[in-house]
Design a binder for this molecule. Structure first.
Ligand code: ATP
Ligand code: MG
Length: 457
């Protein structure tokens, strides 16, 4: 076991109430309840972490963390609505309806010889020791994340120079940057994510090691990387996160195949990916729903397109090439970042449906319009038109097809030629309403099932 106690000079500062902008009216009433109850119980209690940082810059914290010197069991005794979670390091969750206030006992980062803190190759694998508030501060990642707000005198307590860094809007690691990244490489992603979220800069000392140490992310748990991706890409700052990942050499660590394909694909493809990110940010700003599937479909599209091209060059049938390319890209990507099946399936459907936008035969058009993934696939087609303006007529056709009455659309379209086997898609869902579609349904019922893998185009 290697010891890596962080020894940094502590300069405890009390920032008095009149020196900072945090007002109780901006804090969740439930978080305040927890702070006061702990205090009345005779314990130290502080709001800490992202909430204090966000409040200092006028933001709206999405969750509240409380730090205390009470043990989890002691916390549980104070709150009826409290449950303890975690096996190794226990945390108390105080539950108010849908809001959970997380209460953690001050934790130390130093090795006390008990074996409760372990490093493997410099990487933190267990982190289990209770400590003082100073210990708790220095084990955190950035100085801006290590500020403590107390209802005792409404001051902010700062042991690591975080208050000044927040004023200067800079993210600075506590302690030696390289050591802290080696302990937990995900901190590199957090630096980029928080800089994107808050509009902070990354201190040169914290930015410098990132491109060098980026390969350490290979060893990070893929589920954790997926969580970080969600926070980076689905909370309103996707474009800035992407540009940050790129600028700091972290993109290949998350999307190895896609990064290479993107570099080879040229500016138009990059513009498409950026448009997808921007699009997602707009939707978040408008509080419309967003799904990782759509964004991942865009990020990985250059890799998918390359695979399709390579397989077509080997002489594969287009439908087979598309299916195989999708499978390959997904399998490769999932080795790095967990891809829950519901998202990878949706992503694959978005890709495979692209090949069906060229069709103009009546039944096929109606089938595609009725596909549950049609809307996402159509939005994706619009994106692709940024990359390839030759698709604009297709975009126009399908935009209109969604608005005009079914009868009118049916009249304009050619019926499927007799004897054209591929005309009816075996995997397509039943078509929706409309008199012109009744015959489609009737024939579908009579049909025997097609063998699996029937080409779609
Ligand atoms: P946000 O909630 O906006 O994503 P946050 O800073 O609150 O940002 P959380 O993951 O909620 O991020 O973590 C809460 C706090 O826990 C952080 O502010 C930081 O003090 C500490 N922390 C989180 N992750 C790490 C880490 N990898 N290393 C050290 N400290 C961490
Ligand atoms: Mg948080």
């Amino acid at each position: 076991m290697i010891s890596s106690a962080i020894s940094i000079p502590l300069q405890p500062v009390h920032v008095a109430r009149d020196q900072h902008p945090i007002s109780r009216k901006d804090i969740s009433p439930n978080a305040l309840r927890v702070l006061y109850r702990l205090r009345e119980g005779g314990y130290a209690s502080y709001l800490v972490g992202g909430a204090v940082r966000d409040l200092l810059v006028g933001g709206n914290p999405k969750d509240y963390d409380v730090a205390t010197d009470a043990t989890p069991e002691q916390v549980k005794q104070l709150f009826r609505n409290c449950r303890l979670i975690g096996r190794r390091f226990r945390l108390a969750h105080v539950v108010y309806g849908r809001e959970i206030i997380e209460v953690a006992t001050f934790r130390a980062n130093s090795d006390d010889g008990s074996g409760d803190r372990e490093l493997e190759d410099g990487r933190l694998v267990r982190d289990n020791v209770y400590g003082t508030i100073e210990d708790d501060a220095v084990r955190r990642d950035f100085t801006a994340n290590a500020l403590y707000y107390t209802v005792e005198d409404f001051s902010v307590r700062d042991f690591v120079g975080g208050f000044e860094d927040v004023q200067n809007r800079v993210l600075r690691l506590i302690g030696d940057p390289e050591t802290r990244y080696r302990e937990d490489p995900v901190r590199m992603l957090r630096a980029v994510r928080l800089a994107a979220k808050l509009g902070f800069s990354i201190a040169p000392s914290a930015a410098e090691p990132i491109p060098r140490l980026a390969p350490l992310l290979d060893g990070a748990a893929s589920a954790r990387l997926f969580d970080e991706c969600l926070k980076m890409f689905l909370t309103g700052h996707a474009e800035r996160s992407f540009l940050g990942l790129e600028a700091h050499g972290l993109l290949p660590a998350l999307f190895p195949q896609a990064t290479q394909a993107l570099a080879r694909a040229g500016e138009a493809t990059r513009a498409m990916v950026l448009a997808a990110l921007e699009n997602t940010d707009h939707r978040v700003a408008e509080e419309r729903p967003v799904t990782p599937a759509f964004l991942l479909a865009a990020l990985l599209w250059p890799a998918y397109s390359e695979e399709v091209e390579a397989l077509l060059a080997q002489g594969l049938d287009p439908a087979v090439a598309q299916q195989r390319a999708a499978d390959r890209v997904i399998v490769q990507q999932a080795q790095r970042v967990t891809l829950p099946r519901r998202f990878s399936l949706a992503m694959e459907e978005i890709w495979l449906l692209q090949a069906r936008f060229g069709q103009r035969q009546r039944k096929r058009v109606f089938r595609l319009l009725a596909h549950p993934r049609f809307r996402a696939a159509y939005d994706f087609l619009e994106l692709r038109a940024i990359q390839n303006p030759a698709l604009l007529p297709e975009v126009a056709f399908w935009r209109e097809a969604q608005i005009v009455p079914a009868e009118q659309l049916a009249e304009k379209l050619a019926p499927v030629r007799k004897g054209n086997k591929a005309a009816v898609q075996p995997d397509a869902p039943p078509v929706g309403d409309g008199a012109t579609l009744a015959s489609v349904k009737k024939r579908r019922r009579r049909r025997r099932p097609h063998p699996a893998g029937n080409p779609e185009t």
